[in-house]
Design a protein around this ligand. Sequence first.
Ligand SMILES: [Mg+2]
Length: 255
Amino acid sequence: MDSCSPFDSIIFDLDDTLYSSKTGIGQSLKKNIDDFLVEKCGFPVSKASALRVELFKTYGSSLAGLRAMGYDVDADDYHSYVHGRLPYDLIKPDAQLRSILHSINQRKIIFTNSDRIHAMKALERLGVKDCFEQIICFETMNFNLSKATRPEEIPVILKPSLEAMNIAIEAAQVDPCRTLFLDDNVKNIAAGKAVGLPTVLVGRATKTKEADYTLEMVTDLVQVVPAIWFKEEKDKKITRTRSEMDFVATTAVGA
Ligand SMILES: [Mg+2]
């Protein structure tokens, strides 16, 4: 008798998970954030990098930290400054990743702290945009941010907060204990574990307490988590054809 897959859905982080942290995109992002802190917020050049690190540690991002500190930074302006000028051509099409994603019959969802425009651009560069049925991103978690009368009135919600994790589970309409969650950030993995998701830490050689699996590269998924490809439960058989799946993915992601 065939074994059944323990997973109905797979939630993937994007940056440094679907593509390597060695692309140089992360370094460019840090530089852009430092420039934003200097040019738009008036911090001294000598303090920018340390402040960025501090805001990331304390608030989850520089945007979240700046708004919590009372700086009236518009999220769209921030994202277009720090992401808009990234060298996206450093992200190359990944045919192996695309083929692995295509071989996974379960629902595949992106869950990123980045804004939607960045997510779409990065997925397009990787050549896997049509492999996902949904993108849960900054805007999903922070849809009411523009209603704040003061920047600190409504806190920015991001992974690894449990609120962010629960928003994602709700938005994706998944059963946490049957949903595999991949991320490169140890704190995000711990948050995933805390809300009941089986977890995969990506980009590391060594396991952490909260990671059920560890992959050096996302394409190692086939070897490390073969249970993804086990047959579906009899009462949950996939009846959709590949072309129907492609249609669902394209329309949902493009929406
Ligand atoms: Mg990441």
